[in-house]
Design a protein around this ligand. Structure first.
Ligand code: GMT
Length: 375
């Protein structure tokens, strides 16, 4: 198949899923064309089946806002025509599905039929999509997609609840590539962070409000009172400055390290004992899955799609959003005994195996074939 992939090429979960999917499809022999405004973060190597087409937006003094959606639609028309693509897979409803719809209409005038699949990742529905500013376009572009997928049952439910959806939605969960995410021997790194064999807790995110990073710090403070431990905060974003201030106010700076954005997050996960994800909402929780693949159990909130990933009392524990006390208590119950921690680590790994790329990739390929056949 010749597949065009459109995504936000940043460190965000949707961009990661889109890029990893494209790489895996290319490995299977499909020809994959990424159409984005910059090179996706994890697409920094050569592969014979991978192509990258940059969408450049011309800025004229006339425009207060450069029309990215039109530039993307035009680029899609160009790439589909000249590369003879079979299908487009766009990640995020706006502006990607709406641009794909426009491109599809234009291509019809050339006698070319191109179906497109839209994958909803969460923020496009739970935060942005519900905003009346975008709602009609989100609804329209979901309904006009030839196929729609969500990354969890919970997101499917939210989408159907908040929008008038006439299309059937297929759930295809996030996945993990074990050839990258697995335990790496990084003992020297562990010694540097935790010289006295303290437990290592970790949080990775883009530090947006929805991640409740202040809860991460408060949970850690409570754990730290009972168990010698260190906290690694990986990533960057709007809440980081206030989080650093909170660490100072709570007097836990010497036990907390803000590492910023990291490419080799699997190496940092490899030295960690427990992952904290107290998010307000999480359509799936890819970062928690990455942790589990590296044998790191997770304390998460029970919101959104997290119950579809984290098995309470097995791969970690779940608590209500904002219940810092409960999260800390459950974290301590895992960390206080070597035996318990070891068991949870094995369980987390076993749970991650359910989302092995090798199991999920065929679902996408089968879905593309179905959409092409039926469109
Ligand atoms: O979590 C983020 O802030 C990034 C966000 C995105 O839109 O890129 O991630 C969303 O998509 C991921 C991949 O499908 C999911 O695993 C995340 O749970 C989801 N984030 C939220 O729902 C907050």
């Amino acid at each position: 198949m010749k597949i065009g992939i459109v995504c936000y090429p940043t460190f965000g979960g949707s961009g990661v899923v889109a890029t990893e999917l494209g790489k895996a499809l290319a490995d299977e022999g499909h020809q994959v064309h990424f159409i984005t405004y910059s090179q996706p973060a994890r697409l920094d190597f050569f592969s014979a089946n991978l192509f990258y087409h940059e969408v450049s937006v011309r800025d004229y003094p006339l425009f207060d806002y450069a029309p990215y959606e039109s530039a993307l639609a035009s680029k899609l028309v160009d790439v589909v025509r000249f590369e003879k693509l079979d299908i487009l897979h766009v990640h995020y409803a706006i502006p990607h599905a709406s641009a794909a719809f426009m491109a599809k209409q234009i291509l019809e005038t050339y006698g070319i039929h191109i179906p497109f699949v839209t994958t909803l990742h969460g923020t496009d529905i739970t935060l942005v999509g519900k905003d009346p500013t975008y709602k009609p376009v989100v609804t329209f572009s979901i309904n006009k997609s030839d196929g729609v997928t969500t990354v969890s049952e919970s997101l499917k439910h939210d989408t159907e609840e908040h929008f008038e959806i006439t299309n059937e939605i297929k759930v295809i969960p996030n996945f993990i590539d074990f050839s990258r995410f697995s335990l790496k021997p990084k003992d020297h790194f562990k010694k540097a962070i935790a010289p006295n064999n303290e437990r290592i807790l970790i949080h990775t995110s883009n530090f947006r409000k929805v991640k409740r990073t202040a809860d991460v710090i408060r949970i850690f403070q409570k754990i730290q009172e009972k168990i010698p431990s260190k906290l690694l905060m990986v990533g960057d974003g709007p809440e980081r400055a206030s989080d650093e201030q909170l660490c100072r106010d709570l007097g836990i700076c010497e036990h907390t390290r803000f590492l910023g954005k990291q490419d080799a997050v699997e190496e940092i996960l490899s030295v960690s004992d427990l992952f904290l994800m107290p998010s307000d909402s999480e359509s799936f929780g890819l970062a928690a899955l990455e942790a589990m693949a590296c044998k790191v159990p997770a304390i998460t909130s029970n919101s959104g799609g997290l119950p579809e990933l984290n098995v309470d009392g097995f791969s970690g524990y779940m608590s209500n959003v904002g219940d810092v006390e409960d999260m800390a208590r459950k974290a301590i119950s895992i960390l206080e005994s070597d035996e318990t921690l070891k068991q949870f680590k094995e369980n987390a790994f076993a749970r991650a195996k359910d989302f092995d790329l090798k199991k999920i990739l065929p679902d996408y390929v089968a879905y593309y074939n179905k959409v092409i056949e039926e469109s």
